[in-house]
Design a protein around this ligand. Structure first.
Ligand SMILES: NC(=O)c1ccc[n+]([C@@H]2O[C@H](COP(=O)([O-])OP(=O)(O)OC[C@H]3O[C@@H](n4cnc5c(N)ncnc54)[C@H](OP(=O)(O)O)[C@@H]3O)[C@@H](O)[C@H]2O)c1
Length: 259
């Protein structure tokens, strides 16, 4: 399917690896020129080269912390009026909620709620003026069901979800859409780090935790970054103009409900 977005521009935040990279790669395959982002220069430049060579699109790497005003300014300097914005960031570490002090909570809310809203504020006006815009926020299955140790992530992302529910409706008549993509378990560095941390805490092998996690997923496996990226690219396509304000779960059937 031709997604109809060849020649468009996108900022894909936090995209040197994992789910953000999956989205960047899929958009590049659809012909979208990219700004990609991360804090580790070597990894980001390697990803930029890989996407450029694999797809032939223009890829601009911006080394910046997307949670900071300076980082956001650097992204918007590289691409002042993107047609597409994929909001992504690291997630807060696994913690018992009683261990979170005020600063940790503010940091988590800044990363996963305030920063994506700030970027949306900056790009949505020009998108509406041009009559095309696609915004996808990478959130989490934890918005819909609790995940042990991720209460801060759940709360911050639920805040973002509720915030953009109203904003999305305000811009629907301008062909600007805002949707949230909710990953369940995807095979990325973050998921592998979680199994490693559990292994270190308990002395049990990482594989024990990986198998227990997969047993709870009807698909019996984790997803791949590609399986995340292509649905994201579709949501950014011309064909998805009537899809807005939605929360789309990608979880191999893990969320156990009809609705
Ligand atoms: N994987 C899953 O199963 C899963 C499930 C639910 C939710 N999520 C959420 O989805 C998001 C992406 O997860 P992932 O699994 O793709 O993680 P990942 O594999 O660890 O990749 C994270 C990416 O974000 C970049 N990054 C992190 N903090 C950043 C910052 N402050 N500024 C700019 N770039 C930053 C990292 O590069 P640098 O470190 O070099 O900056 C890296 O490119 C996270 O918020 C995660 O909590 C993931």
């Amino acid at each position: 399917m031709d997604l109809g977005i060849r020649g468009r521009t996108a900022i894909v935040c936090a995209s040197s690896q994992g789910l953000g990279k999956g989205c960047a790669r899929a958009l590049a395959e659809a012909g979208v020129a990219l700004v990609i982002n991360g804090r580790n220069r070597a990894l980001l430049e390697q990803t930029a080269d890989e996407i450029r060579q694999g797809t032939g699109v223009e890829v601009t790497p911006v080394i910046a912390d997307v949670s900071t005003p300076e980082g956001q300014a650097a992204l918007l300097t590289a691409c002042p009026t993107p047609d597409i914005l994929v909001n992504n960031n690291g997630g807060p570490p696994f913690r018992d909620f009683r261990e979170l002090d005020r600063q940790a909570m503010l940091t988590g809310v800044t990363m996963n709620m305030v920063s994506p809203i700030e970027l949306i504020q900056k790009v949505i006006g020009p998108m509406a003026a041009r009559g095309f815009g696609r915004i996808v926020n990478i959130t989490s299955i934890s918005v819909k069901m609790p995940v042990a140790g991720l209460d801060l992530s759940s709360g911050a992302r639920a805040g973002l979800t509720a915030f953009v529910a109203g904003v999305a409706r305000k811009f629907a008549d301008k062909n600007v859409t805002i949707n949230n993509l909710l990953p369940g378990s995807f095979d990325t560095q973050r998921l592998r780090a979680a199994f490693l941390a559990a292994s270190r805490q308990t002395g049990k092998p990482e594989a024990t935790f990986a198998s227990a996690a997969m047993a709870d997923i009807p698909a019996r496996r984790s997803g791949t970054p590609e399986e995340f990226g292509y649905p994201c690219a579709f949501m950014c396509s011309v064909h998805a103009a009537y899809l807005t304000g939605q929360n789309i779960l990608l979880d191999g059937g893990a969320y156990p409900a009809a609705f």
